[in-house]
Design a protein around this ligand. Structure first.
Ligand code: MG
Length: 336
């Protein structure tokens, strides 16, 4: 088996603003695993606040000994091996895991969704995210998102109600809200939740700081809208810790170190009767198809990466009626 990789800078259509910061592009590491004439593709999307970069990813990949990846792949063993190289680094670990799944599917001549027991008929609609911006830009973004069935809105500033009201001028589609830890007052947050419910909001992500378990649990206990932990839930052990604090979790491959552990997180959440949202970072078709493979096992999907970026190096996957279409092609079904 041969591992190759290239740094890539994924450009955003609009500078992305959420509570706390703003950026115009995202560093990616694209990787390939070649074996018996097949090539598996993987991707690390390294949003700055997660602490990974082209340098950390290259340093990690240079330590990976691909002779550890014996076929048939034992994913538990492989993730233990990757964790033994260095802690953290979830995105570059995800890139390897995604490439292995793509390769695995090609070697077995089966689509990845079949390897992971997903039913493509159960694919949820995917939301498209509108970042915090001026009313003019917000309206332009809503127009660009035409055809999508759900809009996700980033809140967490004093202009929150204005932003929602602006969106409601032009569309009645359901909304998901992501506060990105931006709220601080319990009582105000509950008033806001009731107001958001009236506006057609169906879920709220990470209202308070991830470390403030008491405030998040307080709101979850009272909120008529599902409260979802995102920043607080990174890898498998975090799912059990989220029980009682959130109604559900946001699973992302770039946090979970890939598809294998994301699948385990979904199964764990189901056992605990928790809801599951599957989300993404700024990603190309590669990581989005990998997440879409698991989306039919989730309640909601927020897999909008390719809609918000301008230089996706892969073909756009099929998208119909607001949903990603999983093909019968072997592996991820990624087209170059
Ligand atoms: Mg979020």
């Amino acid at each position: 088996m041969k591992l190759t990789y290239q740094p890539f800078e994924l450009e955003l259509k609009h500078p992305f603003t959420i509570a706390g910061f703003s950026r115009a592009s995202t560093p990616l590491m694209l990787i390939q695993l070649a074996h018996h004439g097949y090539t598996g593709h993987g991707e690390a999307s390294m949003v700055p606040y997660m602490g990974e970069s082209h340098q950390t990813a290259a340093a990690f990949l240079n330590k990976v000994d691909v002779s550890q990846f014996n076929y048939p792949f034992n994913y538990d063993q492989i993730i233990t091996y990757l964790d033994s190289i260095a802690p953290g680094n979830p995105a570059v670990k995800a890139a390897i895991d995604i490439a292995l799944h793509d390769l695995d599917g090609q070697l077995q001549q089966k689509p990845c969704w079949q390897l992971l027991d997903s039913n493509p008929q159960l694919m949820p609609v995917t939301s498209i995210t509108i970042g915090i911006d001026t009313p003019e830009i917000v309206l332009q973004k809503v127009k660009e998102a035409e055809g999508c069935k759900v809009i996700k809105v980033k809140l967490g500033r004093d202009t929150d109600k204005e932003l929602i009201t602006t969106i409601r001028l032009v569309t009645n589609v359901p909304l998901y809200v992501d506060v990105n830890q931006g709220w601080t007052s319990r009582e105000q947050s509950l008033d806001m939740v009731y107001w958001l419910q009236e506006q057609g909001v169906q879920l709220i992500e990470q209202p308070f700081a991830k470390t403030d378990e008491a405030a998040n649990a307080w709101l979850t206990e009272r909120s008529p809208v599902p409260i979802i932990g995102d920043e607080a839930v990174q890898r498998l052990p975090d799912v059990a810790k989220a029980e009682g604090i959130y109604h559900g979790i946001n699973v992302k491959l770039m946090k979970s170190a890939g598809m294998h552990e994301a699948h385990q997180m979904i199964q764990k959440a189901r056992k605990l009767n928790m809801k599951v949202l599957i989300g993404c970072m700024s990603e190309t078709s590669c990581a989005i198809l990998a997440a879409a493979t698991l989306a039919p096992q989730c309640d909601w999907a927020d897999l909008d990466g390719p809609f918000l970026t301008r230089n996706n190096p892969f073909a756009m996957p099929g998208f119909e009626d607001g949903k990603w279409v999983l093909s019968r092609d072997a592996g991820l079904g990624l087209k170059l």
